[in-house]
Design a protein around this ligand. Structure first.
Ligand code: NAD
Ligand code: ZN
Length: 358
């Protein structure tokens, strides 16, 4: 990936955890210390393998484990990690390796962005979804009033994707990750969805080669968009397709109650309905978005327990809203997103009511 601030490799393969010490980006910077940040599910599964490999570099490596789940993207956990690093004498030349899903990647990246005003970090994603979060340098934690509202742009030194880690990922998390790939397809490369449907069986079976191809194709879309607009002043905002409602759903249910990508899958249907109502999204695009979700076993309805008004309350805090009006990414055509401002809360409520009838 090339951005205006840096260039780095996204490496796909097998047994990369075992060989992390051979990754050039890590070897080259000769860190004083390494913090492997992981969570309580991923740490016990994979941290040891990685630490064994790092040992061969003769550097002080330490593991720090945070609770698994979205709640670890909090100021409290952020403070604990930074506190630990200060106590343990981490310095400006230390390295963070984020070993886990998007939560660990976002948290680890944000710690790296702020510790001593910024230290290097490497992303080692272990979920499908994290192909999206690990590429592009957006790092953040949540405030109780809004998701990802405390963050920075901080590019990793490298993204190292070991397909073998996907083997232990729960089914629902696979579906969640696939939803972000569907999003990349809808906004930029519609043919990718045909590939997904054709290869769905192999993906479900976690065939390493198919997984790597899928992740490569999706990272390509992400990298292409981010390289044009690293700091989201323009086209990068298209990546938020489906995310306004998704963040509303995640907020209304309570963080971590629904996998992020599952909320995005639902949010893409909402966005298609809003776009259709406004005469921006053609009927065939709306139908296509619903059909793709169905074909990939992704939901099209909001969870039943949810109060639509609560979703609206949350989206009023969305970063994409400027000057009090709701802003959405809507599709004018497959592969052709547009930023639409001035959407009213009653238009959104209407769409959410209609979504119930689908
Ligand atoms: P996650 O990190 O919480 O992982 C999901 C669950 O799977 C967790 O319980 C985790 O412990 C477990 N897990 C992870 N890897 C595993 C493995 N290999 N085997 C077994 N279990 C495993 O969630 P996620 O879906 O990876 O990421 C979601 C986060 O990513 C959200 O906070 C979202 O805001 C963020 N995100 C950020 C960006 C960005 O650009 N920075 C983009 C998209 C999403
Ligand atoms: Zn997302």
């Amino acid at each position: 990936l090339h951005t205006s601030s840096s260039s780095y490799d996204i490496i796909f393969g097998e047994e990369l955890l075992e060989n992390i010490h051979l990754i050039k980006a890590i070897k080259n910077i000769k860190p004083t210390k390494v913090l492997v940040l992981s969570d309580t599910v991923v740490g016990p599964l994979y941290a040891n393998t990685m630490l064994q490999s790092l040992k061969q570099m003769d550097i002080d490596c330490q593991l720090y484990t945070v609770p698994s789940g979205e709640n670890s993207k909090s100021l409290a956990v952020f403070q604990e990690v930074v506190g630990y690093m200060l106590e343990q004498g981490f310095d400006r030349k230390s390295l963070i390796i984020a070993l886990g899903g998007g939560v660990v990647g976002d948290l680890g990246g944000f710690v790296a962005a702020s510790f001593m005003r910024g230290i290097p970090f490497v992303q080692v994603p272990t979920t499908i979804l994290a192909h999206d979060s690990s590429v592009g340098g957006k790092v953040a934690i949540n405030h109780p009033l809004g998701k990802n509202t405390i963050g920075a742009f901080h590019q990793p030194l490298a993204v190292v994707y070991d397909m073998n880690t996907i083997k232990t990922l729960p089914k629902e998390q696979i579906a969640s990750g696939v939803a972000e790939i569907v999003k990349h397809a809808h906004i930029h490369r519609p043919e990718l969805n045909h590939w997904l449907i054709e290869n769905y069986h192999k993906i479900e079976q976690l065939d390493n080669k198919s997984l790597a191809t899928m992740l490569y194709k999706s990272c390509e879309v992400k990298a292409e968009i981010v390289s044009k607009d690293e700091r989201e002043t323009g086209v990068r905002a298209y990546l938020n397709f489906g995310h306004t409602i998704a963040h509303g759903i995640e907020g209304a249910l309570g963080y971590g109650k629904i996998p992020h990508g599952i909320a995005v899958a639902i949010g893409m249907v909402s966005a298609a309905l809003i776009g259709y109502q406004k005469g921006i999204t053609p009927k065939h695009v709306l139908t296509h978005i619903i059909e793709i979700n169905k074909a990939l076993k992704l939901p099209i309805h909001l969870p039943e327990s949810i109060d639509e008004q609560n979703v609206i309350n949350y989206i009023l805090h969305d970063k994409k809203n400027i000057g009090g009006q709701l802003t959405f990414v809507l599709l004018e055509e497959l592969g052709k997103p547009a930023i639409i401002r001035g959407i009213t809360t009653s238009e959104v409520l209407d769409a959410l009511q209609q979504q119930k009838q689908l």
